[in-house]
Design a binder for this molecule. Structure first.
Ligand code: FVH
Length: 289
């Protein structure tokens, strides 16, 4: 294995946009870094920065006791590493490939020292304080390698269920898409009045900051199972949602997204949650209303 002074040796498998950022962060932190990619040319810049390009996936696994893999999807991980599973014995496999929680549990069966990880950052941010990564799986592996994993961003460990990091990942991505779709819909609506998206953005951002306060308050209500309407009732929300649908239709903007929210809210009210806060919509998402 590689040996050096800046940190433990690490192998990075997969040098796509994210894998290259991960390997760069390890190199910059002084870790002896071995890399492997199906298309070897993607390693050129890393090699000029000091990385060692392994001639095969098996050789890459053999080079370090900490192995980080970041490929397109779980099928790619099975393709690339499946034939070399025996090489994983005695090594920690950190899988930063996106996937489902069941896929993470399947991967955990490959080796006792398994950590599944979710990267809540884009490649440019890797290694900077605003990057955060979520891990679950072997507590011993996390304890042993958390110092190295912190090189990539702030690392949080959720415990021994290897699937939990993936579950957080998709839940957080849902928050991202929900927020972005709402912004895009609003920008389309204001665009019909010749308002630029850049003019709308600061107001959207300020409002998103307020919404973070609602999330914290509603989280407590959800956990208590009691949805007192301290700010607004579901009926008040529904009435204003209808304006969003009507304004969108009148402006020729797609109504699918606001109409969907209206339908979900009507279901909650029909199920008896009238007079309660927006947090009661959790019952719709739980399939209970
Ligand atoms: N990019 C991002 O911002 C996001 C942030 C959050 C987490 N994701 C996840 O990271 C995984 C990799 O994403 P990526 O952006 O690096 O993706 P690509 O640039 O497309 O690189 C894909 C790599 O996977 C290799 N690969 C694909 N199939 C195979 C296979 N059958 N066998 C071996 N390697 C395979 C590919 O190799 P090559 O095409 O260069 O030969 C790339 O190394 C992903 O799960 C995101 O959801 C990133």
């Amino acid at each position: 294995p590689n040996a050096g002074i800046g940190g433990e040796p690490v192998t990075v498998i997969g040098l796509g946009l994210m894998g290259r950022a991960l390997a760069t962060a390890f190199l910059e932190a002084g870790h002896p870094t071995t890399v492997w990619n199906r298309t070897p040319g993607k390693a050129d810049a890393l090699v000029s920065q000091g990385a060692v390009l392994a001639p095969s996936a098996a050789a890459a696994l053999q080079a370090s006791s900490l192995v980080v893999v970041c490929l397109s999807d779980t099928a790619a991980v099975r393709d690339a590493l499946g034939p070399h599973r025996a090489e994983l014995a005695g090594r920690t496999l950190v899988n930063l490939t996106s996937g489902t929680s069941d896929e993470a549990r399947e991967m955990a069966a490959w080796t006792g020292d398994y950590l599944d990880g979710a990267i809540m950052a884009i490649p440019d941010v890797i290694g900077r304080p605003e990057a955060f990564l979520l891990f679950s799986g072997s507590p011993e592996a996390f304890e042993k390698h958390s110092h190295s994993l912190d090189r990539l961003g702030n690392a949080t460990f959720f415990g021994a269920d290897p699937g939990l990091a993936s579950l957080y990942d998709v839940a957080l991505l849902g928050v991202m898409w929900g927020t972005l779709n709402a912004f895009l819909h609003g920008a389309a609506l204001l665009g019909t009045a010749k308002v630029d998206a850049t003019a709308f953005a600061p107001f959207a951002n300020q409002w998103v900051a307020s919404v973070t306060g609602f999330i914290s308050a509603y989280a407590g209500q959800i956990d208590r199972g009691s949805y007192e309407a301290e700010d607004a009732t579901l009926e008040t929300h529904l009435a204003t949602m209808k304006y969003l649908v009507r304004e969108s239709a009148a402006a020729g903007v797609d109504t699918d997204w606001p109409a969907r929210i209206q339908t979900l809210t009507e279901r909650a009210i029909d199920a008896g949650h009238d007079g309660t806060s927006y947090a009661s919509m959790i019952e719709v998402f739980r399939g209970q209303a």
